[in-house]
Write a protein that binds this ligand. Structure first.
Ligand SMILES: Nc1nc2c(ncn2[C@@H]2O[C@H](COP(=O)(O)OP(=O)(O)OP(=O)(O)O)[C@@H](O)[C@H]2O)c(=O)[nH]1
Ligand SMILES: [Mg+2]
Length: 494
């Protein structure tokens, strides 16, 4: 009996072993097992319980890597969304020009003179919203999301015109691109628009109510004269005249879509014009009507929905994988002091440093956050980082020589740049092989890297550097100056 039980148990164990082993002998599962799908790799037979454990370990590793990537992306996004963060390079705002002031209805009161002339002043025009390209600002964080210029003042008696609303001048960092966009209202706003639409839906209203609504929007009446005015032929004439004037103005107003590039210091652009002021009652004085008891209201200011995107302006842009030593390099060559730390994504916004030469020649270098594979698809928030390289005419690739295959990093960067904007890699560039002080690795990889660059890109110069210990820095700055001078000369040419 005991022997029988032992036999059964042995069979079950064997079948369990078979169950574990068989699927891994199939070619599909074997392909999974062979790492990197490398055809040259020798198959490892037989696949046993030990191999299954390895596969499971590897699967765990893949899961762990995915999890790590997810956490990394989350942490960068968390850092970028931090409300205390002082750097913002993309915002959406609403710019509203001020409304014009209302015209005034007034009369010059004279003793014993019953036929007094009208003396209401015109309303002042509303203020404009003006953007000024400012070299003193480097972030969009100080720009309010709703920008309202002030309203024009109402006209007053005794022919006093209302003063114009103050223009609102908004300093915008140099290198900002301003575009108009069509706002997509959220659910709550949609409900409100529907409600207001029903309230204002003129289609279902009769002609009389429509007219009354329009008049209420455009006309100011002398107290207790609303009904009398609307019945008088003078008012109807004045209404016709104003409608014609409005039609004429509309024909001459060219409503172009806004698309600005604020890249010249001090350049000013009116992004939302204020409305014109209303007309005082002397405007409606005719030979027949010596006492007009109506005036017009001020015009509404222009409302514009704008997208502001800051693209840093610098002569040279530093491109590199995270932790390659970009910030250390910038600190070594310029007056900037970005944070340096031995973990990726230390830098999360661009830093601009100025390199001063003995003869007072200057050039600017932008250190941008690290790029990773897939940055052109916004992996690791690549888009928000890549936009800051677009304007740099010269690119410096910072490559970490202490890595096993530094040339792979270079290919990744080139690939990402080209896929983000084709032609970016054609710009004059330089390769800084950083961390050359770690000599054991640098001695092996530098000659291979140099050889590869010579074969692929003959024009690109590679300079071994130790940014941390400031070795061979002068050679880089001299080369950079030569390239930047050439680029500037080219720009000067007509
Ligand atoms: N040995 C050595 N270490 C360096 C050198 N340059 C930078 N490092 C170190 O590399 C680490 C990363 O340097 P960072 O300058 O912060 O690198 P980064 O490219 O700006 O990194 P991110 O901002 O995260 O993209 C730091 O610990 C530096 O001290 C170098 O030339 N030699
Ligand atoms: Mg950095």
């Amino acid at each position: 009996m005991q022997a029988h039980v032992q036999n059964v148990l042995r069979k079950r164990v064997c079948s369990f072993e078979l169950f574990l082993c068989v699927p891994f002998h199939s070619s599909r599962n074997f392909r999974n097992f062979s790492s990197n799908n490398n055809a040259d790799e020798k198959p490892i037979f037989p696949v046993g319980r030990h191999d299954i454990a390895i596969i499971k370990e590897r699967e765990k590793d893949v899961d762990l890597n995915n999890e790590k990537e997810r956490i990394r992306d989350q942490s960068i996004q968390y850092k970028l969304r931090d409300k205390t963060r002082q750097f913002i390079d993309f915002i959406r705002v609403v710019a509203k020009g001020g409304a014009g002031g209302d015209g005034c209805i007034a009369f010059n009161r004279e003793k014993f003179d019953l036929k007094v002339p009208p003396s209401g002043g015109n309303g002042g025009r509303g203020g404009d919203v003006i953007f000024v390209a400012s070299p003193n600002h480097s972030s969009l964080h100080s720009i309010p999301r709703t920008i309202n210029a002030s309203r024009g003042h109402n006209g007053k008696g005794n022919m006093r015109h209302g003063s114009a609303g103050k223009n609102l001048i908004v300093p915008v960092p140099l290198g900002t691109i301003v575009r108009e966009f069509v706002p997509q209202p959220n659910k709550k706003q949609l409900e409100r628009i529907d409600y207001e639409g029903q309230m204002n839906n003129n289609e279902n209203l009769d002609e009389e109510t429509k007219l009354a609504k329009k008049r209420a929007k455009t006309w100011v009446h002398y107290p207790r004269y609303d009904e009398k005015n609307t019945l008088s032929s003078f008012f109807l004439e004045a209404e016709k005249m104003m409608e014609e004037e409005e039609r004429y103005n509309r024909a001459f107003k060219v409503e172009e879509e806004l698309n600005l590039d604020l890249s010249v210091p001090g350049a000013q652009y009116v992004v939302a014009r204020g409305g014109s002021g209303g007309k005082g009652n002397p405007h409606f004085l005719t030979n027949a009507n010596r006492s007009p008891k109506y005036a017009t209201k001020g015009e509404e200011g222009r409302v514009r929905y704008l997208e502001l995107e800051l693209k840093t302006i610098a002569d040279v842009g530093l491109v590199g994988l995270p932790n390659a030593g970009k910030s250390t390099f910038l600190t070594a060559v310029s007056n900037a002091h970005p944070k340096i730390a031995p973990y990726p994504f230390t830098t999360l916004n661009p830093y601009i440093g100025t390199v001063d030469y003995l003869d007072r020649f200057q050039l600017t270098i932008a250190d941008i956050p690290g790029l990773i594979q897939g940055a052109h698809k916004n992996v690791g928030l690549g888009h928000s980082f890549l936009r800051h390289i677009e304007r740099s005419e010269v690119l410096v690739y910072i490559i970490d020589l202490s890595k096993n295959k530094p040339w792979e990093d270079w290919s990744i960067l080139r690939n990402e740049l080209e896929k983000y904007r084709s032609g970016l890699t054609k710009r004059p560039s330089l390769v800084v092989a950083n961390k050359a002080d770690i000599t054991e690795k640098a001695k092996i990889s530098l000659p291979i890297f140099e050889k590869m660059l010579k074969e692929k890109e003959q024009e690109i110069v590679i300079v071994p550097v130790s940014a941390k210990y400031k070795k061979n820095i002068v050679k880089v700055t001299t080369l950079l100056r030569q390239v930047v001078e050439k680029v500037r000369e080219k720009e000067k040419l007509p």
